[in-house]
Design a protein around this ligand. Structure first.
Ligand code: F6R
Length: 609
């Protein structure tokens, strides 16, 4: 939700900021802007539309300056427009913001009473005016920022510039992410690592309630009272090239194809193949602790929620521990029925999703231990958890989540086998069978991906349909939900995921030749049941696309189209069956000409409620 970049150093700031904004465009892409401090004064440019529109605007001018701020927006307050785009300015103060200021109406009224005039409909503009107001009362830039942020309620990551203090930028973090990169005679801060990685691998993830005063040669860290804090950057061993397209047409396609590698990286050093053991020592999930756990509770949003739903089947089967799964935005406002015998597992690719973060804070307050499955190292959810298992899937840039999902599933298998063994629910022999199955998955995925042509052919046949129904049973039900989500979010085609056994309770009324029904029909305990559901749809002249691993002709004869999945233990099928559904959604979207990596109205990291 909005991306921020700030640069101060010896190089031209503009290209560095524009490059950073392009790398953060996945966070929001309805408008963008830059503010550069030049010898001739401040140059401020804002443009509705994508970063390329801003580049078109600033490309016509020479803007030389070594200090600047940039912003790419996902609108919360005020529609996307040039006026509402950031940076916002009040006198000598310039601000970029990610988050929501909840008390902006009151503050705006007070500031209006003090003679301030507002040019935008945003909550952000009041921050610039508030700081200006304090400076006008005689406070220094730093003290004015401290005084102002203490008046704000809500979530805010801020980049702040004061044209009369050209040697410094101030960054503030409260409930929205911000990372500082430490360079050689230059420093850069941004909402996420990809904007920083081309310049330095030494970074510091700011904590909530902290302020950084950043010059070209120094970073000073303060809390909101102004007391100094230690500054300890860490080295992050990540190659910036992993955040580039590498010959693929879209990040989404690249990330789908990265899945064999991503899941291998999730297993690395944790799945000990020779010993047939799972080692999760890094997460500190000791046997004694696990013995005390009577319930497990997943909290997550979107695709990560679907990983949690799948996790319920896996963990209940492998551990015998009852599992609840909650959408984080619902959970955070419930009276949670959990305590110190509950393990709350938060799943979040970004580790910054506001609702998931609020959910773990609530669970913690009620005495639950928190384990998080995150992809982004040192992200807020990871830092606030008692235990963390990183998926190590590499940066996921496409707004539609793909490799994050499959690597989250791998993390869940590892956790489930580890718990199952620790509490004596599964034997060494059974664990060894599970481990043998897990290690085959990367190559099975490789083979699946080689069949992209078959999916392209399917996409051609169905790309113009305007409604889809996705059906699965048992562990394939969350796969149906995830397949439908992928299609709707990137192609804007209406798609509904449903448990196949439920269709006679309503959705079967929709069946006709215009609405393809996608079945995920894998071998296992409900195979005969889903076959009956396919028959029911067929009997109503439905148009059936099946994803099946049965190898026999029954399903194929009933289907208008089918795709053959590899055979595997039913418990592990989701990780294979989701991949062709990701590809189907991708190719349908490409054929319909949508903006695959940056679908309308969405943003990668939902850091506002
Ligand atoms: C869908 C998608 C979203 C995210 C959701 C949670 O493709 O990307 O539904 O899964 O916003 O994000 P994280 O996992 O970062 O908490």
């Amino acid at each position: 939700m909005c991306g921020i970049v700030g640069y101060i150093g010896k190089r031209h700031a503009l290209p560095i900021i524009l490059d950073g904004l392009k790398r953060l465009e996945y966070r929001g892409y309805d408008s963008s802007g830059v503010a550069i401090l030049t010898d001739a004064g401040l140059v401020l440019k804002r443009k509705k539309g994508k970063i390329k529109d801003l580049v078109g605007l600033v490309g016509q001018e020479t803007i030389n300056g070594t200090t600047g701020l940039g912003h790419t927006r996902w609108a919360t307050h005020g529609k996307p427009s040039d006026e509402n785009a950031h940076p916002h300015r009040a006198g000598d103060v310039v601000v970029v913001h990610n988050g929501i200021i909840e008390n902006y109406t009151e503050l705006r009224a007070v500031l209006k009473g003090r003679g301030h005039h507002f040019k935008s409909e945003t909550d952000t503009e009041i921050i610039a005016h508030l700081i200006e107001d304090h400076i006008k009362s005689g406070e220094s830039f730093e003290l004015a920022v401290l005084a102002s942020i203490n008046q704000l309620k809500g979530s805010f990551a801020l980049g702040i510039m004061h044209t009369k203090s050209p040697d410094r930028l101030i960054a503030v973090r409260e409930a929205s992410p911000l990372v500082i990169g430490f360079g050689n005679t230059e420093n850069i801060f941004a909402s996420d690592m990809p904007a920083i990685l081309p310049y330095t691998n030494n970074m510091l993830f700011m904590n909530d309630g902290t302020v950084a005063v950043i010059t070209a040669d120094s970073v000073k860290l303060l809390d909101f009272t102004g007391s100094p804090l230690p500054v300890n950057p860490k080295h992050f061993d990540i190659n910036p090239a992993t955040a580039e397209k590498g010959g693929y047409k879209h990040f989404m396609q690249k990330e789908i194809f990265e899945q064999p590698q991503a899941i291998t990286d999730t297993m690395r050093d944790r799945l000990l193949f020779d010993k047939k053991e799972i080692d999760l020592n890094e997460a500190g999930l000791e046997g004694k602790l696990l013995h005390a756990m009577k319930r497990i509770n997943f909290v997550a949003c979107g695709t990560s929620y679907h990983a949690g739903l799948t996790g319920k089947y896996i963990i209940e089967e492998m551990t015998g521990i009852p599992v609840d799964v909650d959408v984080a935005s619902e959970f955070r406002y419930k009276t949670p029925l959990l305590g110190n015998e509950t393990l709350t597992i938060a799943i979040s690719q970004s580790g910054e999703t506001a609702d998931t973060l609020a959910a773990i804070r609530l669970a913690k307050k009620h005495g639950s231990r928190i384990l998080s499955i995150c992809n982004v190292i040192d992200s807020t959810i990871a830092r606030e958890s008692d235990h963390v298992l990183y998926t190590h899937a590499g940066p996921e840039i496409s707004v539609a989540s793909t490799k994050a999902f499959t690597s989250q599933l791998i993390a869940i298998y590892l956790i489930a086998i580890h718990i199952g063994r620790s509490i004596g629910r599964i034997s060494k022999q059974q664990a060894s069978l599970y481990i043998d199955t897990l290690v085959t998955i990367p190559s099975l995925l490789d083979n699946l991906l080689k069949q992209e042509d078959k999916i392209i052919a399917l996409a051609k046949e169905y790309a113009k349909c305007s409604d889809f129904l996705y059906l699965g049973r048992g562990i394939s039900y969350p796969v149906a939900l995830e397949g439908a989500l992928k299609l709707k979010e990137i192609s804007y085609i209406h798609a509904e995921g449903y448990p196949a056994g439920e269709i006679k309770h309503g959705p079967i009324a929709l069946v006709n030749r215009d609405m393809p029904v996608v079945f995920i029909a894998v071998k296992g305990r409900v195979f005969e049941k889903i076959k009956n559901n396919i028959e029911e749809v067929k009997a109503r002249d439905g148009r059936i696309i099946s994803f099946t691993n049965t190898g026999n002709n029954d399903i194929q004869n009933l289907s208008d189209s089918f795709f053959l999945l590899p055979e595997i233990d039913e418990l592990f099928t989701p990780i294979l069956s989701i991949v062709p559904l990701q590809l189907l959604a991708y190719h349908i979207a490409v054929m319909n000409g949508t903006d695959v990596d940056q679908p309308k109205n969405l943003a990668k990291s939902v850091t506002v409620e």
